[in-house]
Structures are given as C-alpha cells and as structure tokens.
Ligand binder design. Sequence first.
Ligand code: PLP
Length: 442
Amino acid sequence: MTFQTPFGGGPGPRARAFVARDAEVISPSYTRSYPFVMDHGEGYLVWDVDGNRYLDFAAGIAVCATGHSHPAVVSAIKEQADKFLHMSGTDFYYPQQIALAERLAEITPGAGPKRAFFTNSGTESVEAAMKLARYATGRPRIVAFTGAFHGRTLGSLSLTASKVVHRRGFGPLLPGVHHVPYGYCYRCPYNLVYPDCDIACVAAIEQSLFTREVPPDEVAALFVEPIQGEGGYVVPPDGWLQRLRELCDRHGILLVADEVQSGMGRTGKWFAVDHWGVVPDIVCLAKGIASGLPLGAIVAPQQLMDWPPGAHASTFGGNPIACEAALATIDLLDNGLIDNAAALGEAMMQQLREMARRYPIIGDVRGRGLMIGVELIEGAETRKPAHDLRDRTVEACYERGLLVLGAGFNVLRFTPPLVVDRAGVDKALQIFEEAVQFVSGA
Ligand code: PLP
C-alpha cells in the first residue's frame, strides 16, 4: 500500500465540539492524551469526525487485534445478532460459549482438560482469578508485582501498583496483598546486571518476603503480567518466569498469568508465557480476544476450576455475539495474524533500535511481536525518565497522523492491530522519527 494523501490534521471543528460536549457529561477520570474523536476505521487506519485520517498504532488500547471492523468479525457479529442477543450464560446453555471454551482450551498453554469462565473485561477476569485462587487453595494472600496493572475494581486494584493515581482516595484495599519488584533489567531494583545477577529478584521473594513477612503457605497465588503492560512495557529477562514457576511449585502457590494485554497473539505467539515455555495455573484474558467486543475469560485446568454452582457467575459474561466475534478473531489469528505480528514486530524493533542509536532520548526499545515499548530518557548517562518528553512525543505523533499511547511514566507503546503491513509500519516509524526530532530539537 502507498499513501497518497497526508495523515493527521485534527482536531477540526467537529472534533472540538465533541470534546467540549464530552467535558460536560463524561466522567473526567478517563485519560485522553489528545483530541482524537473516532468516526470510522478500516484495518489499521482510522478517520476522525472531520475526515482526517490516522494510523492507529494504539488499536483502541491493544484491543482491535484484527483491525477495525474486519469483515469476517463483522459478519460473525451480524449473523449472531440475527439469532439472539442474550440468553444469560449463568442460567442457560448456548453453543457459542461452549465452542469458544473448547477453542480457548486448545490455544492456552498446558495439556489436559480445561474449563473457562467468561467475563466482560480484564478487571473481571482478574477478579474471577483471585476468587478461584482463594477458593481452590483455601489460602487468603496474594503476591503481585510493583508496576503491575491488573484492573480498577477494588479486588484487582489491590494488585495494581503502577500509578498512585489509580489508588489515591480508594482505600482501604484488599488486605493480604504483597508487592515485590518485577524483573525490570533496564532499571534493576537491586542494581544488578543480568545474567550475572542469577535472577536475584526472584530469589529475594523467598529470602526476604517469604522469610520475614509472609508465610508462603498462606499465599494463594502469584499474579504476573508475563510482559508488564501499563507499568511500562517491561520484558522480563529469560529465565525469570521459569524461576517464578519453580517458586510457586515449591510452595503450592498458583501462578496466574494476566495475559489481558499480552495475550491473543499480540506478542507473536498465542500468549506471552509461550515465549518462555511456562505453563501458568490460571490465564486471564480480555482486550484482543473479541476484536473489540467486550469479552474476557479465565482458563484453568478442570480439576482447579471446580467450584460449585452459584460460587461465581455473571449476567453478561460470555455474551453470544462477543463469543462469535472471538471465534472469528481466533480463526484470523491462527491463519496468519500471529505470524504477521512476530515478523513485523521484529522488523519494527530493529528499526527502532537503529533509531535509538541516533537519538539519545530513546533509552530502551523492548517488546515481543507487536507489543513494543520505547523508554524515553533525558540522556544516556543518567537515564533519567523523561515523562514530559514522552507526553510531548505522543502528542507530536498525533499531530502528524499517528495514534500511539504512553505506558508507565516515560514509555511510549506501539500496539497496532495485528493486520498492519510493512507500509503501515514504515509510515508510522517515519512519523515517530519526525516527532522525536521535533521534541528533542534534533
Ligand atoms: N490486566 C492487564 C494486564 C491490563 O493491561 C488491563 C488493562 O489495561 C487490565 C487487566 C484491565 O482490563 P480492563 O480495562 O478491561 O478492565
């Protein structure tokens, strides 16, 4: 594809008018970085209400896996909408939900029979996993990571520790939740260097937390994002997840992989844990699973997901239209999109790493597949996190026709739909480079 007409140009008068109306009636707690007001989309391109065109390298927020309104997903939705819209999965049976559970059992890590519980969002998936972990182990405590984002309802918020604004004013949160440092080698919390450190951050959980503070036999689960998302797109070092698995096994703790952001093919494999061959006990899903329809799920071995009728349920969870959208999404992922994510993600990271050599404000480029983070810094010597510079870069990208979002304090993330092609990547990186030049005065 070649792009004849320019990108960007907003906000125009219609977008400005919507933004003004929004300010009157919509909760100000949402975090909009720039005034993009969506009109329609196709693949990885989107148009605002004034007719301006943008490259969407946000995909909503890492959601629109198959691009905007993929014809196969839309027709699955339409066909199901003609049949029925709802029939409480809590109280009745319908084939769509069963078929999706069977498909999820196939693609999630680990052999053996599994079961799924369906939700409407990531936070509900995490809530379900917390409840299941407590129920199955009879233990009350949970361990999570500094920088984690697991959602905003009170249970999942108790695990979230990426930004204080998420928590301020909402306490007290759930007791018995403990946070430990993530495997974040670019800013090692122990000031060590991988691999010489021998992954001391995992050993420290046992040597410190489990020795001085928390009896490990009271811990139900350890929740981990296999690649940390909202905390700053942090990829842990090789061996880190395996060590967590071993730690959990030693103490009878369930390993819960929150793959809400990193799952469903985004990283170039079905799930981020697959990069390290680790099999979690419970997998949490949402975001990309249904290409934008609200759906989430947890998947666990049959013998683990063995709670009695009434123990957990959801009126809307596993909506039949969302299930059909998910089945269509999974077929598309299976038939080329995951491979595309792996190949283009690798190419994109290579180009970004070359850029990092030219622009000292790019401190680190990391990711897997099309889950890519660029950490912006003030300079190579200090590596001081450049928060404002990151925000200005995000805005400068918008002004030039590229939609991207921040993650963490000073990271800019690229999460395009997995249907993106080489031309789209090249154009996006050209715009990103122009934005970097602009903000750094290069
Ligand atoms: N878990 C992870 C890893 C996430 O990235 C998110 C959202 O960003 C959530 C959970 C919460 O998902 P939702 O916003 O659908 O509740």
